[in-house]
Design a protein around this ligand. Sequence first.
Ligand code: EPU
Length: 441
Amino acid sequence: MLIIHGGTPLEGEVQVRGAKNLVSKAMVAALLGTSPSVLRSVPAIRDVEVVTGLLRVHGVDVELDGDTLYMDPTSVESAGVEEINVHAGTSRIPILLCGPLLHRLGRAFIPDLGGCNIGGRPIDFHLDALREFGAVVEKDAAGTHLSAPNGLHGIRYELEYPSVGATEQVLLTAVMAKGTTELRNAAIEPEIIDLICVLQKMGAIIKVHTNRVIEIVGVDELKGYRHRALPDRIEAASWASAALATEGSVFVRGALQADMMTFLNVFRSIGGAYEVDDDPVDGGIRFWHPGTPLKPVALETDVHPGLMTDWQQPIVVALTQADGLSIMHETVYENRFGYTSELRRMGANIELYSDCLGGTPCRWGRRNFLHSAVIAGPSKLHAADLQIPDLRAGFSHLIAAMAAEGTSRVYGVDRYITRGYENFEEKLLGLGAKIERPVTK
Ligand code: EPU
Protein backbone atom coordinates (compact mmCIF):
# COMPACT_ATOMS: atom_id res chain seq x y z
CA MET A 1 0.00 0.00 0.00
CA LEU A 2 1.19 3.47 -0.85
CA ILE A 3 -0.01 6.65 0.85
CA ILE A 4 -0.29 9.56 -1.55
CA HIS A 5 -0.83 13.16 -0.45
CA GLY A 6 -2.24 14.68 -3.64
CA GLY A 7 -2.41 18.16 -5.08
CA THR A 8 1.29 18.66 -5.83
CA PRO A 9 2.36 19.19 -9.46
CA LEU A 10 5.02 16.71 -10.62
CA GLU A 11 8.14 18.62 -11.62
CA GLY A 12 11.51 17.28 -12.78
CA GLU A 13 13.00 14.49 -14.80
CA VAL A 14 12.68 10.73 -15.10
CA GLN A 15 14.59 8.21 -17.19
CA VAL A 16 12.85 5.44 -19.14
CA ARG A 17 14.75 2.32 -20.05
CA GLY A 18 14.01 -0.56 -22.42
CA ALA A 19 10.39 -1.43 -23.17
CA LYS A 20 8.98 -4.23 -21.04
CA ASN A 21 7.12 -5.54 -24.09
CA LEU A 22 10.33 -5.87 -26.10
CA VAL A 23 12.80 -6.89 -23.40
CA SER A 24 10.80 -9.96 -22.35
CA LYS A 25 10.52 -11.15 -26.00
CA ALA A 26 14.19 -10.44 -26.78
CA MET A 27 15.04 -12.59 -23.75
CA VAL A 28 13.00 -15.44 -25.26
CA ALA A 29 14.79 -14.94 -28.62
CA ALA A 30 18.13 -15.56 -26.86
CA LEU A 31 17.00 -19.21 -26.48
CA LEU A 32 17.35 -19.63 -30.25
CA GLY A 33 21.05 -18.75 -30.36
CA THR A 34 23.99 -21.12 -30.38
CA SER A 35 26.09 -18.47 -28.56
CA PRO A 36 25.43 -15.95 -25.74
CA SER A 37 23.34 -12.81 -26.19
CA VAL A 38 23.72 -9.40 -24.56
CA LEU A 39 20.72 -7.13 -24.03
CA ARG A 40 21.23 -3.55 -22.82
CA SER A 41 18.88 -0.99 -21.23
CA VAL A 42 17.02 -3.70 -19.34
CA PRO A 43 14.65 -2.22 -16.73
CA ALA A 44 14.54 -3.54 -13.17
CA ILE A 45 10.95 -4.80 -13.30
CA ARG A 46 9.30 -8.01 -12.17
CA ASP A 47 8.45 -9.25 -15.67
CA VAL A 48 12.19 -9.42 -16.38
CA GLU A 49 12.65 -11.51 -13.21
CA VAL A 50 9.87 -13.85 -14.33
CA VAL A 51 11.43 -14.45 -17.76
CA THR A 52 14.86 -14.81 -16.13
CA GLY A 53 13.39 -17.61 -14.00
CA LEU A 54 11.84 -19.28 -17.04
CA LEU A 55 15.12 -19.18 -18.97
CA ARG A 56 17.09 -20.49 -16.00
CA VAL A 57 14.86 -23.53 -15.52
CA HIS A 58 15.60 -24.32 -19.17
CA GLY A 59 19.35 -24.28 -18.56
CA VAL A 60 20.09 -20.75 -19.81
CA ASP A 61 22.74 -18.98 -17.75
CA VAL A 62 21.36 -15.47 -17.10
CA GLU A 63 23.37 -12.72 -15.39
CA LEU A 64 22.39 -9.10 -14.86
CA ASP A 65 25.09 -6.45 -14.54
CA GLY A 66 23.59 -2.99 -14.03
CA ASP A 67 21.08 -2.76 -16.85
CA THR A 68 22.89 -5.26 -19.11
CA LEU A 69 21.65 -8.82 -19.31
CA TYR A 70 23.92 -11.68 -20.38
CA MET A 71 22.18 -14.85 -21.52
CA ASP A 72 24.10 -18.01 -22.39
CA PRO A 73 21.83 -20.64 -23.99
CA THR A 74 24.53 -23.13 -24.96
CA SER A 75 23.27 -25.74 -22.46
CA VAL A 76 19.51 -25.48 -23.01
CA GLU A 77 17.69 -28.44 -21.50
CA SER A 78 14.14 -29.61 -20.85
CA ALA A 79 12.63 -28.56 -17.56
CA GLY A 80 10.20 -30.50 -15.40
CA VAL A 81 6.53 -29.57 -15.27
CA GLU A 82 6.82 -28.65 -11.59
CA GLU A 83 9.79 -26.33 -12.12
CA ILE A 84 7.99 -24.55 -14.94
CA ASN A 85 4.73 -24.41 -13.05
CA VAL A 86 6.36 -22.24 -10.39
CA HIS A 87 5.91 -19.52 -13.03
CA ALA A 88 2.26 -20.32 -13.77
CA GLY A 89 -0.01 -17.31 -13.65
CA THR A 90 2.83 -14.79 -13.48
CA SER A 91 2.96 -13.50 -17.04
CA ARG A 92 1.93 -14.13 -20.66
CA ILE A 93 5.48 -14.69 -21.86
CA PRO A 94 5.63 -18.52 -21.39
CA ILE A 95 3.47 -19.00 -24.49
CA LEU A 96 6.26 -17.41 -26.56
CA LEU A 97 8.76 -20.07 -25.50
CA CYS A 98 6.94 -22.68 -27.64
CA GLY A 99 8.72 -22.15 -30.97
CA PRO A 100 12.24 -21.71 -29.55
CA LEU A 101 11.88 -24.76 -27.26
CA LEU A 102 10.46 -26.90 -30.07
CA HIS A 103 13.46 -25.93 -32.23
CA ARG A 104 16.02 -26.51 -29.49
CA LEU A 105 14.54 -29.53 -27.71
CA GLY A 106 11.72 -30.93 -29.84
CA ARG A 107 9.20 -30.36 -27.07
CA ALA A 108 7.82 -27.68 -24.78
CA PHE A 109 5.55 -27.35 -21.77
CA ILE A 110 3.61 -24.17 -21.12
CA PRO A 111 1.97 -23.45 -17.75
CA ASP A 112 -1.26 -21.51 -17.25
CA LEU A 113 -0.66 -17.92 -18.31
CA GLY A 114 -0.93 -14.81 -16.18
CA GLY A 115 -0.88 -11.15 -17.20
CA CYS A 116 -3.41 -8.43 -16.61
CA ASN A 117 -7.09 -9.22 -16.35
CA ILE A 118 -8.31 -6.90 -19.08
CA GLY A 119 -10.34 -9.30 -21.20
CA GLY A 120 -10.54 -12.98 -22.11
CA ARG A 121 -7.04 -12.94 -23.62
CA PRO A 122 -7.34 -16.26 -25.48
CA ILE A 123 -4.31 -17.93 -27.10
CA ASP A 124 -6.19 -19.55 -29.99
CA PHE A 125 -4.16 -17.68 -32.67
CA HIS A 126 -0.91 -18.88 -31.06
CA LEU A 127 -1.91 -22.55 -30.87
CA ASP A 128 -3.52 -22.54 -34.30
CA ALA A 129 -0.36 -21.12 -35.93
CA LEU A 130 1.86 -23.57 -34.01
CA ARG A 131 -0.25 -26.50 -35.25
CA GLU A 132 0.15 -25.19 -38.82
CA PHE A 133 3.93 -25.14 -38.30
CA GLY A 134 3.66 -28.86 -37.47
CA ALA A 135 3.46 -28.81 -33.67
CA VAL A 136 1.31 -31.33 -31.82
CA VAL A 137 -0.53 -29.58 -28.98
CA GLU A 138 -1.93 -31.51 -26.02
CA LYS A 139 -3.56 -29.97 -23.00
CA ASP A 140 -3.89 -31.52 -19.57
CA ALA A 141 -4.66 -30.31 -16.07
CA ALA A 142 -1.08 -29.10 -15.57
CA GLY A 143 -0.82 -27.00 -18.75
CA THR A 144 -0.06 -27.37 -22.48
CA HIS A 145 2.42 -29.91 -23.88
CA LEU A 146 3.83 -29.43 -27.38
CA SER A 147 6.00 -31.62 -29.55
CA ALA A 148 7.20 -31.52 -33.15
CA PRO A 149 7.71 -35.13 -34.24
CA ASN A 150 8.37 -34.12 -37.86
CA GLY A 151 10.07 -30.76 -37.20
CA LEU A 152 8.56 -27.36 -37.98
CA HIS A 153 8.00 -26.07 -41.52
CA GLY A 154 7.13 -22.65 -42.95
CA ILE A 155 3.47 -21.61 -43.29
CA ARG A 156 1.20 -19.17 -45.07
CA TYR A 157 -0.96 -17.73 -42.34
CA GLU A 158 -3.39 -14.84 -41.91
CA LEU A 159 -4.19 -13.56 -38.44
CA GLU A 160 -7.85 -12.83 -37.74
CA TYR A 161 -6.67 -9.73 -35.81
CA PRO A 162 -3.17 -8.19 -35.77
CA SER A 163 -2.27 -9.65 -32.37
CA VAL A 164 1.09 -8.56 -30.96
CA GLY A 165 1.74 -11.86 -29.17
CA ALA A 166 0.63 -14.08 -32.06
CA THR A 167 2.85 -12.11 -34.49
CA GLU A 168 5.79 -12.64 -32.12
CA GLN A 169 4.89 -16.31 -31.84
CA VAL A 170 5.05 -16.70 -35.62
CA LEU A 171 8.34 -14.74 -35.85
CA LEU A 172 10.04 -16.75 -33.09
CA THR A 173 8.91 -20.01 -34.69
CA ALA A 174 9.34 -19.20 -38.39
CA VAL A 175 12.96 -17.97 -38.14
CA MET A 176 14.20 -21.57 -37.82
CA ALA A 177 11.35 -23.47 -39.49
CA LYS A 178 12.11 -25.23 -42.78
CA GLY A 179 11.17 -23.05 -45.75
CA THR A 180 9.44 -19.68 -45.97
CA THR A 181 6.63 -18.28 -43.84
CA GLU A 182 4.24 -15.57 -44.96
CA LEU A 183 2.28 -13.90 -42.18
CA ARG A 184 -0.60 -11.66 -43.21
CA ASN A 185 -2.44 -9.13 -41.03
CA ALA A 186 0.60 -9.03 -38.74
CA ALA A 187 1.06 -6.57 -35.88
CA ILE A 188 3.74 -3.97 -36.65
CA GLU A 189 4.20 -2.28 -33.26
CA PRO A 190 7.65 -0.69 -32.73
CA GLU A 191 8.40 -3.45 -30.19
CA ILE A 192 7.80 -6.04 -32.93
CA ILE A 193 10.08 -4.21 -35.36
CA ASP A 194 12.73 -4.12 -32.61
CA LEU A 195 12.28 -7.87 -32.06
CA ILE A 196 12.78 -8.32 -35.82
CA CYS A 197 16.01 -6.30 -35.50
CA VAL A 198 17.13 -8.68 -32.71
CA LEU A 199 16.35 -11.75 -34.82
CA GLN A 200 18.05 -10.24 -37.87
CA LYS A 201 21.22 -9.68 -35.79
CA MET A 202 21.03 -13.37 -34.89
CA GLY A 203 21.07 -14.36 -38.57
CA ALA A 204 17.36 -14.44 -39.47
CA ILE A 205 15.97 -13.31 -42.83
CA ILE A 206 12.76 -11.30 -42.25
CA LYS A 207 11.12 -8.95 -44.74
CA VAL A 208 8.44 -6.51 -43.62
CA HIS A 209 6.26 -5.78 -46.64
CA THR A 210 3.45 -3.23 -46.98
CA ASN A 211 -0.09 -4.04 -45.78
CA ARG A 212 0.96 -5.92 -42.64
CA VAL A 213 2.66 -8.78 -44.52
CA ILE A 214 5.82 -10.26 -43.01
CA GLU A 215 7.89 -12.86 -44.82
CA ILE A 216 10.38 -15.01 -42.94
CA VAL A 217 12.89 -17.30 -44.62
CA GLY A 218 13.83 -20.09 -42.22
CA VAL A 219 17.55 -20.60 -41.49
CA ASP A 220 19.36 -23.59 -39.93
CA GLU A 221 21.21 -21.76 -37.21
CA LEU A 222 21.03 -18.51 -35.27
CA LYS A 223 23.78 -17.03 -33.11
CA GLY A 224 23.61 -14.72 -30.09
CA TYR A 225 22.97 -10.98 -30.43
CA ARG A 226 24.04 -7.68 -28.86
CA HIS A 227 21.17 -5.23 -28.70
CA ARG A 228 19.97 -2.10 -26.89
CA ALA A 229 16.24 -2.34 -26.21
CA LEU A 230 14.06 0.44 -27.59
CA PRO A 231 12.71 2.80 -24.89
CA ASP A 232 9.42 2.08 -23.14
CA ARG A 233 6.82 4.28 -24.84
CA ILE A 234 4.10 3.14 -22.42
CA GLU A 235 6.07 4.28 -19.40
CA ALA A 236 6.95 7.54 -21.18
CA ALA A 237 3.28 8.26 -21.88
CA SER A 238 2.39 7.43 -18.27
CA TRP A 239 4.77 10.15 -16.97
CA ALA A 240 3.53 12.57 -19.63
CA SER A 241 -0.07 12.05 -18.51
CA ALA A 242 0.97 12.42 -14.87
CA ALA A 243 2.56 15.80 -15.70
CA LEU A 244 -0.65 16.92 -17.40
CA ALA A 245 -3.07 15.68 -14.74
CA THR A 246 -1.09 17.24 -11.87
CA GLU A 247 -0.46 20.50 -13.80
CA GLY A 248 3.27 19.85 -13.68
CA SER A 249 6.21 19.48 -16.05
CA VAL A 250 8.26 16.30 -16.56
CA PHE A 251 11.25 15.68 -18.83
CA VAL A 252 11.13 12.01 -19.84
CA ARG A 253 14.70 11.15 -20.75
CA GLY A 254 14.81 8.39 -23.34
CA ALA A 255 11.30 9.03 -24.77
CA LEU A 256 11.40 8.70 -28.57
CA GLN A 257 9.28 10.96 -30.76
CA ALA A 258 9.04 8.49 -33.66
CA ASP A 259 7.47 5.77 -31.53
CA MET A 260 5.12 8.19 -29.76
CA MET A 261 3.74 10.21 -32.67
CA THR A 262 0.14 9.22 -32.10
CA PHE A 263 0.38 9.91 -28.38
CA LEU A 264 2.01 13.30 -29.02
CA ASN A 265 -0.84 14.31 -31.35
CA VAL A 266 -3.38 13.37 -28.69
CA PHE A 267 -1.40 15.13 -25.96
CA ARG A 268 -1.37 18.35 -28.00
CA SER A 269 -5.07 18.04 -28.96
CA ILE A 270 -5.98 17.82 -25.28
CA GLY A 271 -4.05 21.03 -24.64
CA GLY A 272 -0.82 19.61 -23.24
CA ALA A 273 2.54 20.99 -24.35
CA TYR A 274 5.73 19.10 -25.20
CA GLU A 275 9.18 19.74 -26.56
CA VAL A 276 11.42 17.12 -28.16
CA ASP A 277 15.14 17.01 -27.45
CA ASP A 278 16.48 14.55 -30.00
CA ASP A 279 20.03 14.27 -28.68
CA PRO A 280 20.90 10.60 -29.37
CA VAL A 281 22.57 10.09 -25.98
CA ASP A 282 20.53 11.91 -23.38
CA GLY A 283 17.59 13.34 -25.31
CA GLY A 284 13.94 12.86 -24.47
CA ILE A 285 10.66 14.75 -24.40
CA ARG A 286 9.53 17.37 -21.89
CA PHE A 287 5.79 17.30 -21.23
CA TRP A 288 3.94 20.00 -19.34
CA HIS A 289 0.59 21.60 -18.57
CA PRO A 290 0.64 25.07 -20.14
CA GLY A 291 -1.76 26.56 -17.59
CA THR A 292 -4.71 26.90 -19.98
CA PRO A 293 -7.84 24.70 -19.66
CA LEU A 294 -7.55 21.20 -21.18
CA LYS A 295 -9.77 20.41 -24.17
CA PRO A 296 -12.11 17.42 -24.60
CA VAL A 297 -11.42 14.92 -27.41
CA ALA A 298 -12.94 11.82 -29.02
CA LEU A 299 -10.41 8.98 -29.19
CA GLU A 300 -10.23 5.31 -29.92
CA THR A 301 -7.51 2.80 -29.22
CA ASP A 302 -6.19 0.65 -32.03
CA VAL A 303 -3.24 -1.44 -33.15
CA HIS A 304 -0.13 0.46 -34.28
CA PRO A 305 0.04 3.09 -35.68
CA GLY A 306 -3.18 3.87 -33.79
CA LEU A 307 -3.50 4.97 -30.18
CA MET A 308 -2.08 2.20 -27.94
CA THR A 309 -4.54 0.52 -25.61
CA ASP A 310 -1.91 0.87 -22.86
CA TRP A 311 -2.00 4.67 -23.22
CA GLN A 312 -5.75 4.71 -22.69
CA GLN A 313 -5.87 4.67 -18.88
CA PRO A 314 -3.44 7.52 -18.10
CA ILE A 315 -5.07 9.64 -20.85
CA VAL A 316 -8.53 9.06 -19.34
CA VAL A 317 -7.29 10.39 -15.98
CA ALA A 318 -6.00 13.54 -17.73
CA LEU A 319 -9.35 13.86 -19.58
CA THR A 320 -11.22 14.07 -16.26
CA GLN A 321 -9.63 17.54 -16.09
CA ALA A 322 -10.64 18.61 -19.64
CA ASP A 323 -13.37 21.16 -20.06
CA GLY A 324 -16.27 19.26 -21.69
CA LEU A 325 -17.26 15.78 -22.91
CA SER A 326 -14.57 13.36 -24.08
CA ILE A 327 -15.00 9.90 -25.57
CA MET A 328 -12.65 6.95 -25.35
CA HIS A 329 -13.55 3.90 -27.48
CA GLU A 330 -11.44 0.86 -26.52
CA THR A 331 -11.20 -1.47 -29.51
CA VAL A 332 -8.31 -3.77 -28.55
CA TYR A 333 -9.57 -5.33 -25.30
CA GLU A 334 -13.17 -5.91 -24.32
CA ASN A 335 -12.76 -5.22 -20.61
CA ARG A 336 -10.28 -2.42 -20.07
CA PHE A 337 -12.42 0.13 -18.23
CA GLY A 338 -12.85 -1.67 -14.89
CA TYR A 339 -10.55 0.85 -13.25
CA THR A 340 -12.94 3.74 -13.93
CA SER A 341 -15.20 2.71 -11.02
CA GLU A 342 -12.41 3.78 -8.63
CA LEU A 343 -12.02 7.07 -10.52
CA ARG A 344 -15.78 7.64 -10.16
CA ARG A 345 -15.44 7.20 -6.40
CA MET A 346 -12.86 10.00 -6.53
CA GLY A 347 -15.35 12.34 -8.16
CA ALA A 348 -14.69 11.69 -11.86
CA ASN A 349 -17.73 11.77 -14.09
CA ILE A 350 -17.30 8.71 -16.34
CA GLU A 351 -20.06 6.60 -17.92
CA LEU A 352 -19.47 3.32 -19.74
CA TYR A 353 -21.36 2.13 -22.82
CA SER A 354 -21.47 -1.07 -24.82
CA ASP A 355 -21.94 0.83 -28.11
CA CYS A 356 -18.96 1.75 -30.27
CA LEU A 357 -19.03 5.47 -29.52
CA GLY A 358 -17.45 8.14 -31.63
CA GLY A 359 -15.67 5.96 -34.16
CA THR A 360 -15.59 2.88 -36.27
CA PRO A 361 -17.58 -0.20 -35.18
CA CYS A 362 -15.25 -2.71 -33.51
CA ARG A 363 -15.31 -6.40 -32.51
CA TRP A 364 -16.92 -5.66 -29.14
CA GLY A 365 -19.85 -3.51 -30.24
CA ARG A 366 -22.41 -6.23 -30.80
CA ARG A 367 -21.26 -8.33 -27.87
CA ASN A 368 -22.43 -6.12 -25.04
CA PHE A 369 -19.02 -5.31 -23.55
CA LEU A 370 -18.73 -1.94 -21.80
CA HIS A 371 -15.93 -0.73 -24.03
CA SER A 372 -16.72 2.96 -24.65
CA ALA A 373 -16.33 5.66 -22.01
CA VAL A 374 -17.73 9.18 -21.89
CA ILE A 375 -15.78 11.45 -19.58
CA ALA A 376 -17.38 14.73 -18.51
CA GLY A 377 -14.92 17.23 -17.11
CA PRO A 378 -13.48 19.06 -15.44
CA SER A 379 -14.05 17.20 -12.14
CA LYS A 380 -12.41 18.05 -8.89
CA LEU A 381 -10.88 14.74 -7.81
CA HIS A 382 -10.84 13.95 -4.11
CA ALA A 383 -8.77 11.40 -2.22
CA ALA A 384 -9.98 7.81 -1.76
CA ASP A 385 -8.77 4.34 -0.83
CA LEU A 386 -8.08 2.63 -4.15
CA GLN A 387 -7.58 -1.00 -5.12
CA ILE A 388 -5.37 -1.48 -8.18
CA PRO A 389 -6.88 -3.99 -10.66
CA ASP A 390 -3.98 -4.31 -13.16
CA LEU A 391 -0.68 -2.78 -14.24
CA ARG A 392 -1.66 0.16 -16.46
CA ALA A 393 -4.86 0.93 -14.59
CA GLY A 394 -2.75 0.88 -11.43
CA PHE A 395 -0.48 3.62 -12.66
CA SER A 396 -3.50 5.68 -13.66
CA HIS A 397 -4.79 5.31 -10.10
CA LEU A 398 -1.49 6.69 -8.86
CA ILE A 399 -1.86 9.64 -11.24
CA ALA A 400 -5.42 10.28 -10.08
CA ALA A 401 -4.35 10.16 -6.42
CA MET A 402 -1.54 12.63 -7.12
CA ALA A 403 -3.94 14.96 -8.93
CA ALA A 404 -6.59 14.73 -6.17
CA GLU A 405 -6.97 16.90 -3.09
CA GLY A 406 -6.24 15.00 0.12
CA THR A 407 -4.60 11.75 1.12
CA SER A 408 -5.30 8.52 -0.79
CA ARG A 409 -4.26 4.99 0.03
CA VAL A 410 -3.49 2.88 -3.02
CA TYR A 411 -3.47 -0.90 -2.50
CA GLY A 412 -1.79 -3.49 -4.74
CA VAL A 413 1.25 -1.46 -5.88
CA ASP A 414 3.78 -4.23 -5.21
CA ARG A 415 1.68 -6.81 -7.00
CA TYR A 416 0.98 -4.80 -10.14
CA ILE A 417 3.02 -1.62 -10.64
CA THR A 418 6.42 -3.26 -10.08
CA ARG A 419 5.68 -5.61 -13.01
CA GLY A 420 6.23 -2.81 -15.50
CA TYR A 421 7.47 0.41 -13.86
CA GLU A 422 11.07 0.50 -12.74
CA ASN A 423 11.87 2.28 -9.43
CA PHE A 424 8.59 4.13 -9.66
CA GLU A 425 8.65 5.24 -6.02
CA GLU A 426 12.10 6.81 -6.35
CA LYS A 427 11.00 8.44 -9.60
CA LEU A 428 7.84 9.83 -7.98
CA LEU A 429 9.79 11.18 -5.01
CA GLY A 430 12.30 12.75 -7.42
CA LEU A 431 9.41 14.56 -9.13
CA GLY A 432 8.27 15.98 -5.80
CA ALA A 433 5.30 13.65 -5.22
CA LYS A 434 4.29 13.38 -1.58
CA ILE A 435 4.17 9.62 -1.13
CA GLU A 436 5.01 7.33 1.75
CA ARG A 437 4.83 3.69 2.74
CA PRO A 438 2.83 2.87 5.86
CA VAL A 439 5.00 2.29 8.91
CA THR A 440 4.94 -1.42 9.76
CA LYS A 441 5.23 -2.39 13.41
N1 EPU B 1 -6.25 -12.25 -29.21
C1 EPU B 1 -7.04 -13.34 -29.53
N2 EPU B 1 -6.42 -14.56 -29.67
C2 EPU B 1 -5.07 -14.72 -29.52
C3 EPU B 1 -4.28 -13.58 -29.21
C4 EPU B 1 -4.91 -12.36 -29.05
O1 EPU B 1 -8.26 -13.23 -29.67
O2 EPU B 1 -4.58 -15.85 -29.65
C5 EPU B 1 -6.91 -10.93 -29.01
C6 EPU B 1 -6.80 -10.47 -27.57
O3 EPU B 1 -7.78 -11.05 -26.75
C7 EPU B 1 -6.97 -8.96 -27.71
C8 EPU B 1 -6.29 -8.70 -29.05
O4 EPU B 1 -6.22 -9.93 -29.74
O5 EPU B 1 -8.32 -8.63 -27.79
C9 EPU B 1 -4.92 -8.10 -28.95
O6 EPU B 1 -4.09 -8.91 -28.11
P1 EPU B 1 -2.52 -9.04 -28.37
O7 EPU B 1 -2.22 -10.46 -28.69
O8 EPU B 1 -2.12 -8.01 -29.35
O9 EPU B 1 -1.94 -8.68 -26.96
P2 EPU B 1 -0.79 -9.41 -26.16
O10 EPU B 1 0.31 -9.81 -27.08
O11 EPU B 1 -1.35 -10.42 -25.23
C10 EPU B 1 0.65 -7.26 -25.79
C11 EPU B 1 1.16 -6.52 -24.60
C12 EPU B 1 0.03 -5.79 -23.92
C13 EPU B 1 -0.60 -4.83 -24.92
C14 EPU B 1 -1.06 -5.59 -26.17
C15 EPU B 1 -1.58 -4.69 -27.25
C16 EPU B 1 2.97 -7.92 -23.87
C17 EPU B 1 3.52 -8.84 -22.84
N3 EPU B 1 1.75 -7.47 -23.65
O12 EPU B 1 -0.28 -8.20 -25.27
O13 EPU B 1 0.62 -5.02 -22.88
O14 EPU B 1 -1.71 -4.21 -24.33
O15 EPU B 1 0.05 -6.34 -26.71
O16 EPU B 1 -0.60 -3.78 -27.64
O17 EPU B 1 3.65 -7.57 -24.84
C18 EPU B 1 0.88 -4.20 -20.70
O18 EPU B 1 2.06 -3.97 -20.98
O19 EPU B 1 0.35 -3.80 -19.63
C19 EPU B 1 0.05 -4.96 -21.64
C20 EPU B 1 -1.13 -5.47 -21.30
